[in-house]
Structure formats: structure tokens, C-alpha cells
Design a protein around this ligand. Sequence first.
Ligand SMILES: Cc1cc2nc3c(=O)[nH]c(=O)nc-3n(C[C@H](O)[C@H](O)[C@H](O)COP(=O)(O)O)c2cc1C
Length: 208
Amino acid sequence: MQIKNFKRESIIPLPVTFISTLSPDGVRNVAPYSCLMPILRPFDLICVATAGVMRDTFDNMKTKEEFVISLPGMDLAGSVMPTAKFVPPEVNEYELAGLDEKSSQKIETPGVDGCYAWMECKLHKIIADEYDNFPYALVMGKVVHLEVRDDIYNVEDGSWDVEKAQPLMMTESNQGMHFCTVKDMGWFEPYGAMFPNGKDPLAGMYED
Ligand SMILES: Cc1cc2nc3c(=O)[nH]c(=O)nc-3n(C[C@H](O)[C@H](O)[C@H](O)COP(=O)(O)O)c2cc1C
């Protein structure tokens, strides 16, 4: 079945994240963002694709130069759409969606309480452009503090229990978004298997 080229986003399961920001007046803003990816394994950079208009998150990222990306489990699915609705920048979206703040360690902007992991980011770079006359931006953040819930993380090998965390994900169809989660296949391959000598050149990074 050939489908329209723009639907490339529909057939990639995407994470549902909450990005929280502060306005210049200190108003708390939260919104769901799914077009998000880490930039390569050795780096501590994360990239978010955002529309360049009607996004308080984007305006706040630019002015405050910091933000928090919180990763919710399925239990927070009900708070996604209340934070996705267009509301004026002076509205506190935590209150709107019944979400609680989680104080941050390294930046002023709070995260979202009850998530299975969260990353405090400082603005690294913005690439702003237009495509077919529509403004958009790639916002890169440098992760300055990363935390995961103790009960899902295995300190021995750095793995985490996806069946327990139930990360909130989504796919898309013509009418909207279908929320889902991931399943562990129980199949493991070491990074070293990608290299001719069987050794991971970045292995040292994982040592304490
Ligand atoms: C699950 C989900 C994922 C979304 N992902 C993105 C995204 O990656 N980029 C984007 O520009 N908008 C995305 N949106 C739309 C924004 O969340 C929405 O426009 C929101 O009102 C923006 O809020 P803000 O003005 O407070 O930033 C998404 C919406 C939902 C429901």
C-alpha cells in the first residue's frame, strides 16, 4: 500500500513527552511534543521539531533558554490533550491539566511530577527555517540533568523496565492520534557487535 509522502510521521511510533517552560513573566507552560530525538550516542544533545508559530513552548525556549522534557507513562495519558489545546500564554497549563510540578535541580523551570524520567535542558542551538512558507524550528537542548525513577532502573547494567514504566507513545491516522506503549522482546545485542573487533569504542563513557 503506497501512502502519501507526508505521512512518514504516522508510521513511526513516536514518544509522547511533556515539555515544560517558563514565560518571561514566570507563567508555567506545559505541552506535549512527539517530534523529538536524541542526537547521536556520545552526545548529551536532544532535538525537538516545533512549528514556528502558535507555540508558547518555542517562544519560552528562545527567551528563557531552558526547558524540561518529562517522559510520562500510560497513566498520564489523560493529561495530554488538556495541555495540547491552544490557550493564551498567560494560562498556567499545569492547573489546566491537573498536573503537578516537579522542582528541577540545575535550572529554574520545573518538570512534570509522576513521569518515569525527566531531563533538564539548556538551549544549545535553534535552527529556524520555512518549508513551503510554513515556519518551523529544530530546537537543540543540552541535557544538564537526567533522572529516571529508581524502581524501573537497573543500576547494574543501565537497562530499564519498559513493561513497568509503560512509556506513553503514539501513532497517527487520518483523523488523529492513537496512544500506545512498547513491549520488551527480550532480545539483547551489545553495542560491540557493530564493530569489527567486537569492542564498543564508547564503552568507557558508561563507567562511573
Ligand atoms: C501527542 C502530541 C504530540 C505533539 N507533538 C508536537 C511536536 O512535536 N511539535 C509541535 O510543534 N507540536 C506538537 N504538538 C502540538 C502542540 O502540543 C500544541 O500545539 C500545543 O498547544 C502547543 O502548546 P504551547 O503553545 O503551550 O507550546 C503535539 C500535540 C500532541 C497532542
